[in-house]
Ligand binder design. Sequence first.
Ligand code: ZN
Length: 224
Amino acid sequence: MSEEDCVAICSGGLDSTVMLYWLLSQAKKPIVISFDYGQKHKKELECIKKTCEELGLRHHIIKLDLAPILQKSALIDPNKELPHEHYTDETQKITVVPNRNMVMLSIAIACAENEEIQEVYYSPHANDEAIYPDCREEFVLAMSTASYLATYTHVVVIAPFVKMYKKDLVALGHRLGVPFENTWSCYEGKEKACGLCATCQERIEAFKENGLVDPIPYEIDIDW
Ligand SMILES: [Zn+2]
């Protein structure tokens, strides 16, 4: 049996890094799983690797060569421009990676069963609900039921932030001392965050709503 007691899917983005620190604050011992699925923003993987090294956590990056079958997503196809509208806009559908969370959860559940662990955590939040079906509470419950039925060890799926907003996660992360400078949200695979894509906009707003300054570098001037 594993010395860890849960599996946490962490991308290296703000939400999942806050979740990781929150799990540790709850005295949980996670195995961290990240996915390299051909996303343009691979910088997030460097962030989570560093975070796990600093926290002394077991970390696996699972490589999924999904690009040949998922070229509809602007997160993957280098020829597709990322939209600069707000998250709630219809144009954001191009940023959906088809069935991404179910694919990742299935693998995390397999890891959990292999380790005789019964909990898998991931970090969708209320802002994701509008555009991403696999970030909604009914999906979490259905996936958890399917996982429970599919495994000998009755693995359940837990999304602790599903009813919280991004601004709440920034507040929580701030309280927990999350090193936000070592998290990455921007969908563009550049050196600095673009400040214009939906995830940049959402992140900037969440910091502003908390009266905080985001420590990561942006390509454009942000009026904090
Ligand atoms: Zn961006």
